[in-house]
Design a protein around this ligand. Structure first.
Ligand code: ADP
Ligand code: MG
Length: 342
């Protein structure tokens, strides 16, 4: 008798969910990235009980067609790439087409959407393989994704959740990280009915610096210099804290490659090296930096959650980062700025 069997779609999704949906914050990340990919410029995020009870994200993006609603919830269904070549130049945040399917396999998921027509439509999935039905529902242009009772059907996973406060803080981190990458989008985050962030669109540099101060704390902004360097197709811009504002932990380091938050060895190394002779041993620099480059020279399809990237030309990117930062810090390198002197 044959021992090999195909996994049921539900089990396959739950296994995939083990990778993508670790905790409420990972759900929020996926849902917000979808909203951004849909061209939204306003995100309203409502959280209850650290996200374990409820996470609701409402956007004003392009919406999902009625007929696409069930598809949006299926595994490997995506509107973002249609052929392998598209992977080469992927500009959207998501593209694997497994987030919603994974979430729907471990939570009660409702999507309500309107693509600009008279009425909207809602699809519900409660840990089942398929959406049972699509029903009419009032909704303005855009999409609302509601995730209730995370891990209600996978108690073993639920056990690994921390306190409400810890889980909420991680959600907050995700929102902050995205808020720093999209100044052109307004973010409203509420927890148990209380407003946590109300970040308005920030167009001018002054408005952007206000947002950075709201997200990273006013002290960071007061001690940071603005940089903007462009060379041979690479642009590095953002804010780097003076060495005097160094931290005991690497907790205020935001680096974006083409708008995507990353943590990458090459980047970390280049930044460290630029700060090397101005920072005390064991201290960590603080920065909010953006590297923009031709999307075809960077591979972001490395891992869905690890935030790694692969540059086509490591050497050139490292060199550019190091030189740009070294130069920016050289301007503030006079004796009185050396750590320990203030
Ligand atoms: P991926 O983002 O990798 O394509 P997802 O499972 O996250 O996969 O989403 C599946 C599809 O559902 C997306 O490709 C998109 O077409 C649609 N979708 C999801 N969320 C939204 C949204 N907020 N607005 C518009 N379309 C959405
Ligand atoms: Mg997605």
């Amino acid at each position: 008798m044959s021992k090999i069997k195909l996994l049921s779609p539900r089990l396959a999704n739950q296994i995939a969910a083990g990778e993508v949906v670790e905790r409420p914050a990972s759900v929020i990340k996926e849902v917000l990235e979808n909203s951004l990919d849909a061209g939204s410029d306003r995100l309203d995020i409502d959280i209850e009980d650290g996200g374990i009870k409820l996470m609701r994200v409402r956007d004003n993006g392009i919406g999902i067609d009625k007929d696409d609603l069930p598809l949006a919830l299926s595994r490997h269904a995506t509107s973002k790439i249609y052929q392998l070549d598209d992977l080469e130049a992927v500009a959207t945040l998501g593209f694997r087409g497994e987030a919603l399917a994974s979430i729907s396999s471990v939570a009660r998921l409702t999507i309500t959407s309107n693509t600009g027509g008279d009425s909207g439509w809602a699809a519900r999935a409660e840990g089942r393989d398929m959406v049972a039905e699509v029903t009419p529902a009032a909704h303005p242009q855009g999409t609302t994704v509601e995730v209730r009772d995370l891990f209600f059907n996978t108690p073993a996973r639920r056990k690994f959740l921390r306190t409400e406060k810890t889980e909420f803080n991680r959600i907050d981190d995700v929102v902050k990280r995205l808020a720093l990458s999209r100044f052109d989008v307004s973010f409203n985050l509420r927890h148990n009915g209380r407003a946590i962030h109300s970040l308005r669109k920030a167009t001018s540099q002054i408005e952007q610096e206000r947002r950075v101060a709201q997200v990273c704390g006013p002290a960071f902004m007061e001690n940071a210099v603005h940089i903007d360097v462009e060379r041979s197709g690479l642009r590095l811009w953002g804010w780097v804290a003076l060495p005097t504002f160094s931290r005991s932990q690497a907790d205020l380091q935001h680096f974006y490659v083409n708008g995507r938050a990353i943590k990458d060895k090459l980047v970390t190394h280049a930044v460290r090296q630029a700060y090397q002779d101005v920072l005390f041993h064991g201290r960590h620099p603080a920065f909010v930096l953006y590297l923009d480059l031709d999307p075809s020279t960077v591979d972001v399809n490395v891992h869905p959650t690890k935030h790694e990237v692969r540059f086509r030309d490591n050497r050139m990117v490292h060199d550019f980062l190091f030189r740009s930062l070294h130069h920016a810090l050289a301007d503030v390198r006079p004796e009185d700025q050396l750590p320990g002197n203030t």
